[in-house]
Write a protein that binds this ligand. Structure first.
Ligand code: NAP
Length: 522
């Protein structure tokens, strides 16, 4: 078979999951040659550098452009995802909020985490050097968004916003599930690049689809100019990119946000006092946006007696019609996972039909499904512990709440873990939360895991497989930290130091005085 030329242009189309057919426009995947030169342009832009206030204004312009053209962008996103208008509008608002949040972080200046640790020439036996540390950008970043958040984890999503804020040029690999949405957003970012007379290589969008759906991404991850990768998507995809990045001559970090089961534990006093209400909240959370959210609760642990709770969940699931799934691939893998769950020894389906939908033509539908299993069988069947991405949840019946600790210790890493506890549960809840802190990045008490606030203390990460780098977060201002590394300047004269490390810098600098850390005054 002939090798395709580096200029081979693969064409492909989007897909309308509600109609079950391709969308009208034809898109063209980036060629091998285009990926190669995009990496070089990104490097040129990185070497040229940008100032914090320039990037702040740039991020604000992107947000304004997206707000201005919201209706046009949402019309395409709606066709390509079948997500409800209100959901997409909320997601766009979150996207522009994130862009503006990073702009204000840049204006504040403290993001570089400057530390001035003064020297002491008179120290004996050896003089102490003057040491000054700050964060610097890593270099060009390749960004892969997920299908289920076409905006907030898409082309202008949190990874792009935080990497641009850090001063890293961004190369976005377009998602094959929403090429029109990706293109529409990329055009608004490029418009801002142009308006601020920034280097063209600061932001580049590389469409991918057809026979090049995976290769564009692989070429990006292996491009010698790319210094880091941000990924949101499946465990298989994230692991493949981590492997690829580690196999490079110069391995690079991959911040991959992947799958999560988001376990929920309902303690005895809580289930007795408000079990029905909790069941209804959890049913809504597990099926929100067709259950296609990374934080949907996939496992619910309950102590006996739990019949009323299970019955309320069953009624909620049984009343739900089939949902439209984002893509045929997600619907197919959901059905496959449901077949595994239904076939696991001791598990049975209480509501919904795992077989709803077809792998061939027509609207991409699937059924909300509730399954139930006893703890012993759950622990014996490894497959029940893995994410089942779609509108489903599994209730795990435990003999009593003492068994919760055993279950918690054996769970996979998750983005979140939730505990429902009333005052009489607090002694147990305390130990359970401590165990769950080892398994999840965010712990929720008396709430639902869906709904991720973009805020300073947010952690959107967790032990594998939730994330390949549990020492980071993909949401909130701290997400910028992923695209930076610390550099220490030793005995460097003021005239040669970056401004952030000057003695006179009024911004938020941590100083070390007489060995004590002095935090900046606020
Ligand atoms: P996906 O199939 O893994 O795709 C994500 C992106 O990675 C796409 O652009 C895809 O390319 C690319 N990709 C996947 N495997 C690849 C490989 N081997 N080589 C090169 N590129 C590859 O995931 P998805 O269906 O879009 O998203 C759903 C999943 O994302 C769910 O599992 C969900 O839990 C997870 N998710 C996690 C979070 C979080 O924050 N933890 C947030 C949202 C979603 P193509 O599209 O071109 O194939």
């Amino acid at each position: 078979m002939a090798t395709p030329s580096v200029h081979h242009r693969e064409s492909f189309r989007g897909f309308n999951p509600a109609a079950g057919r391709p969308t009208a426009p034809t898109y063209h995947a980036a060629t091998t040659g285009e990926v190669a030169s995009a990496g070089e342009s990104a490097w040129t832009a990185f070497r040229a550098g940008t100032r914090d206030n320039q990037r702040a204004a740039f991020l604000e312009s992107i947000a304004s452009n997206l707000d201005r053209d919201a209706d046009a962008i949402l019309a395409v996103a709606r066709e390509e995802t079948a997500l409800p208008e209100a959901r997409l509008r909320g997601e766009l608002a979150r996207t522009t909020h994130t862009l503006r949040m990073f702009a204000s972080l840049l204006r504040d200046g403290s993001w570089v985490e400057a530390v001035i640790d003064r020297g002491d020439p008179s120290r004996t036996p050896l003089p102490k050097p003057d040491l000054r540390r700050m964060l610097v950008p890593l270099g060009p970043v390749a960004v892969f968004g997920a299908s289920n958040f076409p905006l907030a984890y898409g082309v202008a999503g949190g990874d792009t916003a935080s990497a641009l804020a850090a001063g890293c040029p961004v190369l976005v690999k377009g998602h094959s599930a929403h090429p029109g949405t990706g293109e529409a957003i990329a055009a608004r970012i490029s418009e801002a690049v142009h308006a601020h007379a920034l280097p063209r290589g600061l932001f580049q969008y590389l469409p991918a689809g057809g026979a090049r759906d995976l290769t564009v991404g692989e070429e990006l991850v292996t491009h010698p100019r790319v210094r880091a990768v941000g990924f949101t998507g499946s465990v298989a995809g994230g692991k493949a990119l981590v492997r690829l990045a580690n196999a490079r001559a110069e391995p690079i970090p991959v911040f991959a946000e992947m799958g999560s089961v988001n376990p929920v534990f309902v303690l005895p006093a809580a289930i007795a006092a408000r079990g029905t209400a909790i069941a209804q909240f959890l049913a809504a959370s597990a099926t929100a946006s067709g259950g296609q959210m990374c934080t949907c609760p996939g496992l619910i642990f309950v102590p006996e007696p739990a019949d009323a709770f299970v019955q309320a969940l069953r009624e909620a699931f049984a009343s739900m019609p089939p949902v439209i799934m984002l893509t045929p691939r997600i619907a197919q893998s959901y059905r496959r996972r449901l077949a595994d769950v239904a076939g696991a020894p001791g598990a049975w389906v209480l509501a919904g039909d795992p077989r709803v939908g077809t792998d061939s033509t027509g609207p991409v539908i699937a059924s909300p499904v509730l399954a139930v299993v006893n703890l012993r069988e759950f622990l014996a069947a490894g497959t029940l512990r893995e994410e089942c991405f779609g509108p489903s949840t599994i209730v795990v019946r435990c003999t009593n709440a003492d068994e919760f600790l055993e279950a918690a210790a054996l769970l996979e890493g998750s983005l979140t873990a939730t505990v429902h506890a009333d005052a009489d549960d607090h002694a147990r809840a305390c130990g359970l939360l401590a165990a769950l802190a080892d398994r999840a990045g965010r712990l929720i008490v008396n709430g639902v895991p869906t709904g991720v606030e973009v805020a300073g203390a947010m952690v959107h990460s967790g032990p594998f497989p939730a994330c390949s780098r549990p020492d980071s977060t993909a949401v909130g201002p701290w997400a910028i930290r992923r695209w930076c590394r610390p550099v220490c300047f030793q005995n460097t004269p003021q005239a040669l130091l970056p401004e952030a490390l000057h003695d006179a810098n009024p911004l938020g600098i941590v100083r070390v005085e007489d060995g004590r850390v002095v935090l900046p005054a606020r």
